[in-house]
Design a protein around this ligand. Structure first.
Ligand SMILES: [Zn+2]
Length: 80
């Protein structure tokens, strides 16, 4: 059995499988949509419009950027 740096990474992935991901918020998109990154394995997810977590793809990042801009504008209008 050889050990490599790769096997260390899979150990933290195993922790995630066993105990769940340790997500930290990386960006607040709207009041109920955030982007998260797992501090163990680096997996990135975001809430979609139904409130479920999905893998944060580049396409979803772009969508969230547009959404965040729209939300900030809308929010500014309401508070003004
Ligand atoms: Zn993880």
């Amino acid at each position: 059995m050889k050990s490599s740096p790769k096997s260390q990474r899979s150990i933290s992935s195993l922790l995630c499988v066993a105990f769940g991901h340790d997500y930290i918020i990386t960006r607040k998109v709207t009041n109920h949509i955030n982007e998260y990154r797992c501090s163990h394995c680096g997996r990135e997810v975001a809430e979609n419009d139904t409130g479920h977590l999905e893998i944060l793809t580049q396409k979803l990042k772009n969508t969230n950027s547009a959404l965040a801009t729209f939300f900030q504008k809308k929010n500014r209008k309401v508070s003004a």
